[in-house]
Design a protein around this ligand. Structure first.
Ligand SMILES: Cc1cc2c(cc1C)[n+](S(=O)(=O)[O-])c1c(=O)[nH]c(=O)nc-1n2C[C@H](O)[C@H](O)[C@H](O)COP(=O)(O)O
Length: 501
């Protein structure tokens, strides 16, 4: 019985190396051996990536993508072969690629943290110091990435109407989100695979969130296990859970009820990803790594048409619909919010179904390209809720493209309770670790104080719709195809020389 196998490594590398094919496939993860032969065809990431490490130590490739308790949770006990005597395992001396050498040089030359003055600076540094696959996964968005760019540029279509001669000596930017008092109206939103950018993963964000008293939304697809992230919480720190709903509702029920038992204060059901978007940057880099060519069609049963991101999310249920909401309300007392709502009709429906809130979001542009920005949808939603006296019936959040405190302030003026921020904290964590996350959050706090002073609003309650001019909020400027005839009319007919004749 594997449970009786001694913890002291008695399996040798030589013995494990014999099981290096699809007929018999053993791998080592974190000093323990596992027989994954029967699991091969079910692996969401395809067989090739596992076979690449058949008979070898797969820990380095495995850890950034899988929470540490994955094998305990999903691989039958009899396949756990016991501890390995790692001194007998031949470690592959990975010849550092020229690309990796160059990356290490860039890391040595990277700017000091103090040089980062805004959230975009972290992205600029991260781009050059992160591993290519990690950069591609975090920075990518769907199709032509128009929505990702629109998410940020949409804030530039909204202008302030500042008040003057208001006493703004004392600024109070605190607010409450789902009843939790926070020091600044943003939360760390759910972004998957934290260990791609930082070996410690999402727990780094937990520490940063604690320091600044902001809420962290734990992703379903975190690299750290859910319990690791909960255990990292300090004092009365608050966390929420972002949920991808599993086709197997029993698994979902277990996750939700365990989260409630662990003191999670909000359940955010992601509703904009019945299938993950097609993120081509992510797909391209995945092809550099022979093992993870998930486009291959060999006899496994997972849709590979959307690249690796799709592969790690094949459990998501595309059949999720409004009729599931009562079921969720029957299995948990946590507040239930829908993350990824993109039209006022669905906000009204969420109120009808008794949801506690929505996040107006397009998933950071990673799903439906040319979907509208969160701030534009907010500008559509709030006047209608106010007209119907429904604005206090539900908490409205937005996320996507928030990079400045002025973006946060615009969202609050329009009526959002708070905003979610994703990539900036990932890039800060990937480039500078916890100090980076800490500085990013502090920069936003400093910007908030300054900008609330400059628009004449000392508290969050003073951030009201009349502080904004949203006249052009709905204009979508995307490069129009050039009409060369019209553009050249004058040049074609009359040239300077003609004038001299
Ligand atoms: C950047 C990023 C975002 C992800 C994300 C992973 C990354 C790297 N992932 S994803 O792999 O499936 O797409 C998630 C996720 O797990 N679940 C989710 O609800 N949103 C996911 N999002 C969307 C995120 O919660 C926010 O909606 C989005 O990041 C906000 O935009 P900014 O990044 O511009 O702040």
């Amino acid at each position: 019985d594997p449970a009786e196998r001694p913890e002291v490594g008695d399996l040798t590398g030589e013995e494990i190396a014999k099981h290096n094919s699809s007929e018999s496939c053993w791998v080592i993860v974190n000093g323990k051996a596992y027989d994954v032969t029967e699991f091969l065809p079910e692996h969401p990431g395809g067989q090739k990536i596992i076979l690449k490490y058949a008979g070898k130590d797969a820990t380095e490739e495995y850890s950034p993508v899988h929470p540490p308790d994955t094998l305990d949770k999903y691989l039958p006990r009899e396949k756990h072969l016991g501890a390995v005597n790692m001194t007998t395992v031949e470690q592959e001396t990975k010849e550092e690629s020229p690309e990796e050498k160059a990356r290490q040089e860039r890391i040595k030359a990277m700017p000091k943290l103090e040089v980062c003055y805004n959230l975009m600076d972290f992205e600029a540094v991260a781009r050059h110091v992160m591993k290519k696959t990690a950069w591609a996964y975090y920075s990518s968005a769907a199709d032509d990435e128009i929505t990702m760019r629109e998410n940020h540029s949409a804030f530039h279509k909204i202008w302030f109407r500042p008040k003057v001669l208001v006493d703004v000596e004392n600024i109070d930017m605190s607010t409450t989100m789902l009843g939790t008092k926070v020091d600044i109206p943003f939360y760390v939103t759910a972004t998957a695979l934290g260990k791609l950018g930082n070996p410690e993963g999402e727990v780094v964000l937990t520490r940063g969130a604690h320091k600044h008293n902001v809420i962290q939304m734990i992703p379903t697809l975190a690299s750290c296990s859910f319990d690791e992230i909960c255990d990292e919480r300090k004092g009365d720190q608050v966390q929420w859970l972002q949920l991808y709903v599993n086709k197997d509702r029993e698994i979902t029920k277990k996750i939700v009820q365990h989260a409630e038992a662990r003191g999670i204060k909000g359940l955010f059901i992601t509703v904009d990803a019945p299938q993950l978007g097609r993120r081509e940057k992510d797909m391209r880099t995945k092809f550099d790594d022979t093992g993870s060519n998930v486009q291959n069609t060999n006899n496994d049963n997972v849709d590979r048409s959307q690249g690796a991101a799709r592969a790690i999310s094949s459990f998501i249920d595309p059949a999720l619909s409004w009729k599931d909401i009562p079921w969720f309300q029957s299995i948990t007392k946590m507040p239930i919010l829908l993350k990824g709502v993109q039209r006022v009709e669905d906000v009204l429906k969420a109120i009808e179904y008794g949801c506690d809130g929505v996040v107006l979001s397009n998933h950071g542009g990673r799903q439906l390209d040319t979907a509208r920005s969160g701030i534009e949808i907010l500008a559509e939603v709030m006047p209608i809720l106010r007209e119907r006296g429904l604005q206090d019936k539900i908490e409205i959040y937005i996320d996507g493209g928030i990079r400045r405190a002025t973006d946060i302030i615009k969202a609050l003026c329009l009526g959002a309770k708070g905003v979610g921020i994703g990539r900036p904290f990932l890039f800060a964590m990937s480039a500078y670790g916890l100090p980076g996350v800490d500085r990013a959050m502090q920069l936003l706090k400093d910007e908030m104080v300054m900008n609330m002073r400059l628009i004449g609003a000392p508290t969050v309650a003073d951030l009201t719709p009349d502080m904004l001019d949203i006249g052009s909020a709905r204009s979508h400027y995307v490069n129009q195809p050039e009409d060369t005839l019209a553009l050249r009319a004058y040049d074609a007919l009359i040239t300077p020389n003609d004038m001299l004749k």
